[in-house]
Write a protein that binds this ligand. Sequence first.
Ligand code: SAM
Ligand code: SF4
Length: 484
Amino acid sequence: MYIMIQTMSENKVIDEAKQGEALVVESPLNASGKKLFLESYGCAMNFSDSEIVASILKEKGFSTTSDFSEADVIFVNTCAIREGAEQRVRKRLTDFKKVKKTNPDLIIGVLGCMAERLKSQFLEEEKLVDIVVGPDAYRSLPQLIEIAESGQKAVNVLLSKEETYADIAPVRLATNGVAAFISITRGCDNMCSFCVVPFTRGRERSRDPETIVNEAKELFQQGYREVTLLGQNVDSYLWTGGGLKKENLSVEELNNATSFSQLLERVAQVHPDLRLRFSTSHPKDMTDDVLHMINKYENICKYVHLPVQSGSTRMLEMMNRGYSREWYIERINAIREIVPECAISTDVITGFCSETEEEHQETISLMEWVKYDFAYMFAYSERPKTLAERKYTDDIPEEVKKRRLQEVIDIQQKNSSEKTNAGIGKIHRVLVESISKKSAEEMSGRNSQNIVVVFPKENFKPGDYVNVLATSSTGATLIGKAIK
Ligand code: SAM
Ligand code: SF4
């Protein structure tokens, strides 16, 4: 029996049309009880949440299926970040409608950000849905299923000030057995004006570092060799004993607190062979301490995801990002100085409210200056109830947003392949993840900078560290040969 997970693929260049591209992998759960089909859309955080959901239902004896037509329960873990993401979920629900016709006892649940945004309205709009559950209410899923089984609709969209699911050992889904996610914070306290996340995921909470370190240790013992620490703003991580982040801490609380750089150090010390990544860094909060920590430990990957959103200070102010173009440039200079080998990636939004052609050019000039290794790029999509929806007019025509998006994608494609090509002739320490998709005779893995490296299989296996001399590239991937 299997649980099926679909998630957005980690493309170097993502445009609106590619969002939601499905990655389908299967992983066994319990072999008894009712059958569950689970699908996850959106970001890594959502994917990590699906692992928590799977764990909660495993405890209740659920077996799982990769075929939704034989499921007793279908759960869709949704994303609300852009309009397109929501449309994709609604379209997917029509596939399930057909099954419900032949099996009226089938229970369909909508989980995650879209569920939180629409709440019980979802039940009115999509008659086939039985359960609506927000991201902080997954512990109540077994009870909600029971309610739905009795023929009633069930909703729990309460957001919590404490919930971090710290005690739940996630079931690893879609796993290659080498790399796993660990959530370190939930929610977000930044009110970026374009963003729906603070409304769908609630206030920021940090997770007990002890449980994070223990999860990393267990993963290492199970054979995993890479963990990615996840949070909407990892630099804001601060453990002071649980609950919401306090504005003012006493000296004693400060002395006992764990900051993000301290957490990085603790996880890096789990084992030198456990590689460490993290996402997302925030330009207003990323400190030199964090950069020095990246430099200090070989096993902390030399990679920072630092979303800029726009190269124009006026746009950044309207976006409520808390930094200017100059501040951002200073942070990039700090990365270059403290961690010279560091790869940098970003997120960009084109066509935000009132963005002029000159301001768009400022984004382009910044991208040309930074020369990002990777970027995730999006056309602005107005989201209900956000600050931008209330304060500004979404006045950039769709075709202009799309044209600007294409311009930033073109630059990024050029920069990404230049960055990859710069790796030719160099030796890369690669963590092997799997057999290459293109050839069973080759292995595939990533270097510290997150570039995919492919090389002859020989006797290597997933989880090995291999030194590979890169001899050519395909633009996005380095090709090479293992050296002694
Ligand atoms: N917390 C991260 C940060 O501050 O950079 C990002 C989280 S969000 C899930 C991922 C990205 O989606 C954002 O960085 C932004 O580029 C994009 N995004 C968020 N809201 C958007 C919107 N309304 N329209 C288009 N893109 C959006
Ligand atoms: Fe959204 Fe801004 Fe929070 Fe990122 S930091 S999740 S963009 S509000």
